[in-house]
Each structure stands twice: as structure tokens, then as C-alpha cells.
Design a protein around this ligand. Structure first.
Ligand SMILES: *[C@@H]1O[C@H](CO)[C@@H](O)[C@H](O)[C@H]1NC(C)=O
Ligand SMILES: *[C@@H]1O[C@H](CO)[C@@H](O)[C@H](O)[C@H]1NC(C)=O
Ligand SMILES: *[C@@H]1O[C@H](CO)[C@@H](O)[C@H](O)[C@H]1NC(C)=O
Ligand SMILES: *[C@@H]1O[C@H](CO)[C@@H](O)[C@H](O)[C@H]1NC(C)=O
Ligand SMILES: *[C@@H]1O[C@H](CO)[C@@H](O)[C@H](O)[C@H]1NC(C)=O
Length: 467
């Protein structure tokens, strides 16, 4: 009896130790694999920084526009492609005697929301006209399709290159997939955007703030609002603006040309006319993703504010947005989320603080001083300033995917808000309170708006039209 029990104990004992040993072996194996994988990625990062990169086309001036892919009746389009050095967003990296992963290509396209193909490829072409096909590691419609038949797509093709010096990088890329046979037979190549300054590829991003402005459409004509918007963000420390236009009045074009000449703005034709009715808000999802990649890859700006012309990100405790970021960004934040409050255009015009000599008195941030008391929850109509290097997929009110190690930060409502100047109120009965915060920019803003309007509209004695 006792012996039998002892045997049973022994049996249980051996089984348990066997189990423990197996678990330890498995854990050891897993940890070995992860350390090998981590070491591989560290080695790769080191090697990646030691290689010599030459810009394949130093003369291209980054003027993208939408191009048809293959069969034109399908209305598939491609806009841009970026060389992305972040290897931590690639699942299958290579590092051996011959091949090394130096980064990836990120492409933005308009394709049917439900594309039949399970596989898409990038065809890359080199300066010597040789070409190569790379199967995409990621290819999908981005978030926020809103029940439209077409969607903005993001496609990522890893770039494994031969270890030679200097490295050969591709100049052009095209998308290719079965359901659009012509995309393979006669590829629509577009230029790949590399950094303007290749030597800055691996240095820290410049702590500068750029502004991504939603597409100007429906013959946008509010010249005064455009000038006020740019000058307000300049006062807040923004150093560069990216504009995309579908359709805008001649006067608006003159203002954009003016800022472009000053080197303050890039202006891109957003020729999505073929998709105005079957793509969410003129392809805005492709627009802000393109803009964030452009700010990061091409110009090395650390920050991008993604906003519309009626939205002002307003710090409440710091002198400017740039100052807020300088003091509060500890480096691992993907996005600063500013919660929304409304001001209404129908509200009375209070021009009390406009100096007597001011030509353009009706500035929207200065004449509207009542806002909704209720601060909307984070991510509902919120707008963001992102650390552009952290972003993989950007949304309108939130970030959908970041590089490993970054998280969002919701800005406390006493520290910053999104001032949203709407033409129509959403709920006109909402409680309003007086808020003079934007007026601290008043005196400088009136002067700068007048100065710009004088430079651009001399013949109208410096009056910017208010549509
Ligand atoms: C881009 O700019 C170059 C040179 O200014 C011009 O030749 C070319 O037509 C432009 N391309 C587009 C698509 O605007
Ligand atoms: C282009 O697509 C249309 C519509 O699907 C199709 O009818 C046509 O045959 C295609 N053309 C070519 C050259 O593949
Ligand atoms: C999506 O669109 C289809 C037809 O285009 C319509 O029948 C359906 O109700 C829409 N769904 C939503 C959620 O809007
Ligand atoms: C590129 O960047 C390097 C270092 O960041 C700088 O020394 C060089 O002047 C820059 N070149 C141009 C053309 O701006
Ligand atoms: C504010 O001024 C604009 C432009 O002069 C005018 O069209 C609008 O009716 C005014 N709003 C109110 C509430 O008085």
C-alpha cells in the first residue's frame, strides 16, 4: 500500500520534472530565437548606417500628381512612393553575405476597396533601365473608407539590396497586380522620393513643425482665411506648409504661389477629379498619409500638424505650439491629441481688438470669441501633431499604426485644445462661453495678415477677399 503510494509519488514527480524540463527547453529556445532576432536587427541597424547611399535621381523636384495605373478605364491611380529607412516596421529582414535590407518603399494609391488580387508587387527600375519585381509585404486599403467603392491604399515593399559600394538604389517604382494586366505589361513608373539631403538620412530629425493642410476643393476661394491660417501657424512656430489642391480660385492660387516663392510651402496638384464621388472626401486619407511621409522622409521635419483651414491647434499654457512641443515631448510620443471645441461662423463679429489702421479686420480667430463649453472626447474630431518618424498609418482623428515603442498622448484640456471654426453649427443649442485665448496673437496676426495681403494684392490695396 505504502509502496504503491510511493510509486505514484515517484511517477508524479518524474512527470512533473519532465514537464518543467520541457517548458524550460521551449522557453530557452524562444528566448534564443528572440535574442538572435534582436541581435540580427541591431546588426542590421548598425550596418545600414555604415553603407553609402547615393540619390538615384538628384534632379527630380518632388512634384507628384495622380497617375493612372495600367488600364485607364479601371481608374486605378498612384501618387507617390517614399524610401523609408525604418527596418523595425519590416517583418522579414535579410542580412547575409549577399543581401541586406536597407529599408522599404511605401506607396500611396487609389484602388477598389475590394481588390480581387491577393498579391501586389512593386516593379522597381534603376538608372540603367534594369528592373526587378518585389512582392509587397503589406498592401491594404487604409482605415476610414466610409462605404465608398474606392479607397486610399498603402503598399509596402521591402528593399533588400546587394552589398556593394556605393549601393544601387532604384529610381522609379510601379505597382503590378493580376486584375490589371496592363499594370504589368506597361507599368506606370513614378519617381521614388528620397531625402532632399541624403546625408541626413540617419541623423536625428530636425525639431521643426510642418503643417499638412487638407485638399482645397469646391473652388476654394476664401483668401483671407488662407492667409490668416498660414500666419497664425507661423506665429505658433510652424516653418513649412504642404498644400494639395483639387480646385481653387485664382486669388487663392496667387497666395499659394506667394508662399511657395518664399520657400514656406509646397503645393501639389491633387487631381482626383475621377474619384470625387466614390472616394472618401477627395482622398483625404491618402493626402494626410502622403504628407506625413513627405514631411519625414523628404524634409526631415520632426513634427507634422494634420489640420484643415478652419482648425487651429491652440496651446493654453505655452507661448506657441513649437514651444509646447519643445518642452513637453520626451521623445516616445507618436501623436499629441488635441480635443475639439467649436466656434461658429454665424456668431456675432467682435472686431473690438482690431487696431484702427488694420485693413483686413475680420479675422476668424479674432472676431469669434465664443466657443462651446463642452470639450469633445479625445479622438472624436480631435486633431493631432505627430512625430512623423513614428507614424506608419495616419488617420484623420487618430493614429492607426506606429513604429514599435511609440504611444499617443492626449493633451489635457487645460494645456491645449483644437479651436474648430465651423461654418455651420452641429448642435446650435450647445452652451457657449467666451474664450479670448486666440487674441494673444492678435496684434502680430493683424499686422502679418495685412503685410501679406499687401504683397499679393497690391492692386486691391491689400484687401484679401473674404468668401
Ligand atoms: C515637374 O517639374 C518638372 C520641372 O519643373 C516638369 O518638367 C514636370 O513636367 C513636372 N511634372 C509634373 C507632374 O508636374
Ligand atoms: C480595361 O478594362 C475594361 C473594364 O474592365 C475592359 O473592358 C478592357 O478590356 C480592359 N482593357 C485592356 C486593354 O485590358
Ligand atoms: C453603403 O452603400 C450601399 C450602396 O452603395 C448602401 O446600400 C448601404 O446602405 C450603405 N451603408 C452604409 C452603412 O452607409
Ligand atoms: C546636408 O546635411 C549635412 C549634414 O546634416 C550638411 O552638412 C550639408 O550641408 C547638407 N547639404 C545640403 C545641400 O543642404
Ligand atoms: C460678420 O461679418 C461678415 C462679413 O462682413 C458678415 O457677412 C456677417 O453677416 C457678419 N456676421 C454677423 C453675425 O453679423
Amino acid at each position: 500500500m505504502l509502496a504503491a503510494q510511493e510509486n505514484r509519488f515517484q511517477y508524479v514527480y518524474f512527470t512533473l520534472s519532465g514537464l518543467v524540463a520541457c517548458t524550460m527547453l521551449i522557453l530557452f529556445y524562444i528566448s534564443m530565437r528572440t535574442t538572435i532576432n534582436e541581435r540580427l536587427r541591431d546588426d542590421l541597424k548598425l550596418l545600414q548606417r555604415q553603407l553609402i547611399y547615393e540619390k538615384p535621381n538628384p534632379h527630380w523636384n518632388y512634384n507628384n500628381s495622380w497617375r493612372r495605373i495600367g488600364n485607364t478605364t479601371l481608374r486605378h491611380e498612384i501618387f507617390s512612393a517614399y524610401f523609408d529607412v525604418r527596418t523595425d516596421i519590416i517583418s522579414n529582414v535579410q542580412l547575409d553575405e549577399q543581401l541586406v535590407t536597407v529599408g522599404s518603399l511605401r506607396l500611396f494609391a487609389i484602388l477598389p476597396e475590394r481588390l480581387r488580387d491577393s498579391r501586389l508587387s512593386c516593379i522597381v527600375r534603376y538608372a540603367d533601365f534594369s528592373s526587378r519585381e518585389i512582392v509587397a509585404e503589406e498592401a491594404a486599403a487604409m482605415h476610414e473608407v466610409h462605404n465608398n467603392s474606392f479607397a486610399a491604399w498603402s503598399i509596402m515593399c521591402p528593399l533588400h539590396v546587394r552589398r556593394e559600394s556605393p549601393l544601387r538604389l532604384p529610381q522609379l517604382v510601379a505597382l503590378s497586380y493580376q486584375s490589371n494586366r496592363l499594370s504589368h505589361l506597361s507599368p506606370s513608373f513614378i519617381q521614388i522620393s528620397y531625402p532632399r539631403n541624403m546625408t541626413q538620412m540617419f541623423v536625428r530629425s530636425r525639431p521643426t513643425l510642418s503643417v499638412c493642410v487638407g485638399p482645397l476643393q469646391e473652388n476654394y476661394a476664401n483668401v483671407l482665411r488662407l492667409v490668416e491660417f498660414v500666419e497664425m501657424y507661423r506665429l505658433q512656430g510652424a516653418s513649412h506648409f504642404y498644400f494639395y489642391y483639387v480646385e481653387a480660385s485664382d486669388e487663392v492660387r496667387r497666395v499659394l504661389d506667394h508662399y511657395q516663392r518664399l520657400g514656406l510651402a509646397d503645393v501639389f496638384e491633387w487631381n482626383v477629379q475621377a474619384h470625387l464621388h466614390d472616394l472618401h472626401y477627395a482622398g483625404i486619407v491618402a493626402q494626410f498619409n502622403d504628407c506625413v511621409y513627405r514631411a519625414s522622409v523628404v524634409d526631415n521635419h520632426r513634427y507634422a500638424a494634420v489640420v484643415d483651414l478652419d482648425e487651429v491647434l491652440m496651446p493654453l499654457k505655452h507661448n506657441s505650439l513649437a514651444e509646447y512641443l519643445r518642452q513637453c515631448d520626451e521623445g516616445r510620443t507618436s501623436a499629441f491629441v488635441f480635443r475639439n471645441v467649436f466656434f461658429h461662423r454665424r456668431d456675432s463679429n467682435d472686431t473690438f481688438n482690431a487696431p484702427a489702421h488694420t485693413l483686413n479686420r475680420l479675422l476668424y480667430t479674432q472676431s469669434k470669441v465664443r466657443r462651446t463649453l463642452e470639450v469633445m472626447p479625445a479622438y472624436v474630431r480631435s486633431k493631432l501633431v505627430v512625430n512623423a518618424r513614428a507614424i506608419v498609418e495616419m488617420g484623420n482623428h487618430q493614429v492607426y499604426r506606429t513604429a514599435p515603442g511609440y504611444v499617443d498622448h492626449v493633451v489635457h484640456q487645460t494645456v491645449g485644445l483644437l479651436f474648430h471654426y465651423r461654418d455651420k453649427c452641429i448642435n446650435c443649442k450647445m452652451l457657449l462661453i467666451v474664450d479670448y485665448t486666440a487674441r494673444r496673437f492678435g496684434s502680430l496676426l493683424f499686422d502679418r495678415v495685412d503685410a501679406t495681403c499687401l504683397q499679393v494684392f497690391m492692386e486691391r490695396r491689400g484687401i484679401c477677399a473674404l468668401a
